[in-house]
Design a binder for this molecule. Structure first.
Ligand code: COA
Length: 260
């Protein structure tokens, strides 16, 4: 896989570990990171060797401390919209990936960092993780999907509170709100994410992709999630993996899925 200037990648046993690598700037998302992240996500979509991905931040302090504020200065309305649109495109692509993507939140997940974590399918946090959307302190709102994904994840009341107070919450509070799936010791973070990923990638890949699509259908306007589920259930039934999964169960053996 190609080398990036702001992102490290490591592929092992089908799991791509993606590390945002700007530790001195707390892994904040500048234009280069967004561009390179987009390329990494394309690789996740297109490389058959990648079964799932884990996104984390370099160093002990931050997952991602937000968009790079130094790039905000002097920006006009059109440039602001373009910046937000670009972030939306990449984060939407993460969310709609048919391959599972887990955020391993290893420290500050603020602004665009919290939004990146929320765009992933699952969030596991280390004990020192901190979450927040402090954009109103800067005179802006979240621009990478935060107002929508936070509302979807934790509900309107708490989302409005966090978005308007700019409060930064710890991992325990984030778990209580449903913002993260689990909190683990810092040293166990990546291994925990890998273990969960291995569990998921051991299932039928096509079925996993349809679970993701069907769940997100709930949030797409003009789409009936129940109808989507019926349609995607039918599509799963037509796969070789379904034949293999049911045969394996009846023959009391482990299924060997080919993703077909
Ligand atoms: N954009 C650009 N640079 C950032 C950044 C961001 N979002 N977050 C941190 N950095 C940089 C700091 O400017 C500093 O760089 P420097 O050493 O060249 O001065 C470096 O990362 C370390 O950050 P620092 O603020 O010194 O660490 P801290 O431990 O005192 O504070 C935070 C940590 C996360 C509380 C603080 O960095 C912060 O509030 N960051 C901005 C968070 C934010 O508002 N994000 C939303 C943006 S829309």
């Amino acid at each position: 896989m190609k080398e990036f200037s702001t992102i490290l990648t490591e592929l092992s046993e089908g799991i791509l570990l993606v590390t945002i690598n700007r530790e001195d700037k707390l892994n904040s998302l500048n234009r280069t990171v967004i561009t390179e992240l987009n390329e990494v996500v394309d690789e996740i979509y297109n490389n058959p060797e990648i079964k799932g991905a884990i996104i984390t931040g370099k160093g002990p302090k931050a997952f991602v401390a937000g968009a790079d504020i130094s790039e905000f200065k002097g920006m006009n309305e059109e440039e602001g919209k373009a910046l937000a649109r670009r972030g939306h495109d990449v984060f939407d692509k993460i969310e709609m990936s048919g391959k599972p993507i887990i955020a391993a939140v290893n420290g500050f997940a603020l602004g665009g960092g919290c939004e990146l974590a929320m765009a992933c399918h699952i969030r596991i946090a280390s004990e020192n993780a901190k979450f927040g959307q402090p954009e109103v302190k800067l005179g802006i709102i979240p621009g990478y999907g935060g107002t929508q994904r936070m509302t979807q994840l934790i509900g309107k009341g708490k989302a409005l509170e966090l978005l308007m107070t700019a409060d930064i919450i710890d991992a325990t509070c984030a778990e209580k709100l449903g913002l993260v799936n689990d909190v683990v010791q810092t040293v166990e973070l990546i291994d925990t994410c890998k273990a969960m990923m291995q569990k998921i990638t051991g299932m039928a890949p096509y079925a996993i992709a349809q679970v993701i699509q069907s769940v997100y259908a709930h949030f797409k306007s003009g789409i009936d999630g129940f109808d989507t589920e019926i349609d995607l259930f039918g599509k799963c039934v037509a796969t070789e993996d379904f034949a293999e999964g049911t045969s394996a169960f009846l023959e009391k053996r482990k299924a060997k899925f080919e993703g077909k």
